[in-house]
Design a protein around this ligand. Sequence first.
Ligand code: HAM
Length: 423
Amino acid sequence: MQFKVPRGTQDILPGEVEMWQWIEDNIRKICRQYHYAEIRTPMFESTELFKRGVGETTDIVEKEMYTFEDRGGRSLTLRPEGTAPVVRSFVEHKTYGEPQPTKLYYVGPMYRYERPQAGRQRQFHQFGVELFGTYEPESDAEVITLGMDWFAAVGLEGVTVEINSVGCTTCRPVHRANLVDYFTPYQEQLCGDCQSRLTRNPLRILDCKKESCQAIIKDAPSIVEAWCEECTTHFSQVKKELELVNVPYRHNDRLVRGLDYYTRTAFEYMLENRQGGGQASTIGGGGRYNGMVKEMGGPEMSGIGFGIGMERVLLALKTSEKEFPQMTTLDAYVVALGEQAQEETTRILHELRKAGLAVERDLLNRKLKGQMKAADRAGARYVVIIGDEEIKNQRVRIKELASGEQSEVGLEELTHILKEKQI
Ligand code: HAM
């Protein structure tokens, strides 16, 4: 019997994992610069959290959650996204009582039962940030810009922002009513999902990808007509802020996003199709959620954030021509010849590792040629050769693999010399 990874998941193997580590290093760097602290929440939460947080009528809650009952009879769900858990934590730990704003980021796996395809998996990873405690438009722009700066840091080109305001509790009902008025005469022509959305959540119709619905959606009333004064002002201030730092954006008044919690700003990071012609793809998205902290039992307090799909970013990076910084290689490979030399190698290796060097040895009892080959394969910069004769003289040979240059040094100065050569 042979096992395979579950559908929609993947192993990240050595060779590929270095790229993950590198983009994760860049996340930590950029978040430090923007002064966001890392938060780690559990992989699963109570099912109710997502129903409340993400919204009962969203695709995520209706069709995509990995929900199970544990042995104690609790209904739990593997997190499909990061915002609801972070809000839960923010309320649970009464972080709202501390001086605001609170700036958090996370990196980790999320789970959605979707049809797997390129860039769509059942276990995928998100880099997300959440910023609490401010309604100011500068904070919307800061979050959006942070994501853009990260794309630039990892060398991803061709990303633009699509941005909209989905209104607030004052103007959203007006837009909702406008949409119901508009779509009702077309009810019969809408797809089954959209027919039920018409009564349950008409805004979600705008997100339908079916061609027949798209034709009707095209002329639907714009949210812009419904915006209240505050939402209009907020939106133009966010745009102005983005212009100050040259973030390329496009106002898309049809943008609604797949989650229900957004108020005012909603945005998506779009990646142009490099193969030319085709549609741009979404690599991340986010927005403001002014009601969720209260909904989860906290005070009236605002939040804004994004989630970026790391697999999608990696896919795009892999197809670009960009060169990646080489991962750390091995400083030295210690080749041992003879029984006594083997013992000495154990001691030397430990000393070199304690000094902070990356070193390796032969663990298969190979002959000189085999060990030299292994050193080459491992990408070692230097080979240190120790034989019984060398031990007697307390000297070892060092060979630089790239140049072939060799020298002999005293055993007691080996650590010092390799440290000096370390990059
Ligand atoms: P989302 O739009 O559902 O938002 O997901 C954000 C990003 O996660 C997507 O743009 C995509 O890149 C990636 N993603 C989603 N599903 C998959 C999948 N099945 N396979 C691979 N990648 C996927 C959120 O999750 C919100 N929590 C974002 C947010 C944070 N809003 C406010 N704060």
